[in-house]
Design a protein around this ligand. Sequence first.
Ligand code: TXA
Ligand code: MG
Length: 329
Amino acid sequence: MNGVAEVSSCSSSEIERAVALLRRGELVAFPTETVYGLGADASNPDAVRKIFAAKGRPSDHPLIVHLADRSRLDEWAASVPDFAWSLARRFWPGPLTLILRRQSCVPDAVTGGLDTVGIRVPNHPIALELLRAFGGGVAAPSANRFGRVSPTCAAHVREELGDRVDMILDGGPCSVGLESTIVDASGDAPAILRPGAVTAEAIAEVLGFAPSLPRSGSPRAPGRLASHYAPEARVDLVEHGQIVARVSDACRAHLRIAVLATSPPAGLDRETFVFIRLPDEIEAQARELYLALRAVDRAGCDLAFVELPDETGLGAAVADRLRKAAGRG
Ligand code: TXA
Ligand code: MG
């Protein structure tokens, strides 16, 4: 489904244009290894407000500040605990966001008025080139309309935002495909707020103990709204072995049905559903999950059935996004 390789560079004139736009307070979408981000100068509140307008996102939802490397961390975050430095050293650049106490210079527009700030050093050559050339922090949420599936290629950004974004840097398809792991490092004990490709197991190895896992909390915490990361179609999670019965019931209700699975379910008439294949391997499943959810809408389906994967390692992140797509996050 996603056979095209990551694009590892842009022309220097494209980077220069992107930097000039950021400096003027405009929006630039850029690739990261996780998903595409919609970037603005994090030190410019007016520029940051344009992100919320373009996405249709409530202004109290905090944004992640992207930096070129961890040496700039102290400019944005205060009293960074030792365990957070250990995680930064091990996983940056990479798909990890740390929530830290903010420095007073971080605009409220970025943090939604919270006294913490999310920071990440992304691992994509184009993102890093842009961040180095810009020099400052770039505030960027995923480059989709609020509540919808994150874009994993430049065409999806265009589909989501049209001309509400001034420039899109094309880095090809994202190699991870799911948003970064978010670790709250603002308190005494690290807690995973959003699972991602930096797995709980990998974090535990660095810390020497297991971090606490997501629990239900305030709607400000990542993806805690009733429906997030969702296609237009309804997504229904099915227990193993129930797919045939569920599809048959839905057919009687005259719904157009999609089945997302690694192989087509046996015992069903192929005319009765649209089969959207998920790769067997969990890394590839993560990479292609949002493509599959977009395919459900493209096929004009009302309802998609999918089984949760095994929730160890990266499977926890895939399962988390599927629950959120199903409105059960
Ligand atoms: O992989 C990613 O993290 C991508 C790429 C572009 O870096 N970004 C991304 O941003 O997913 P966004 O805004 O779509 O999701 C970030 C989540 C939001 O749900 C937000 O609530 C949470 O991070 N967040 C940001 N700052 C926070 C803070 N200070 N406290 C708690 N949650 C925070
Ligand atoms: Mg998002």
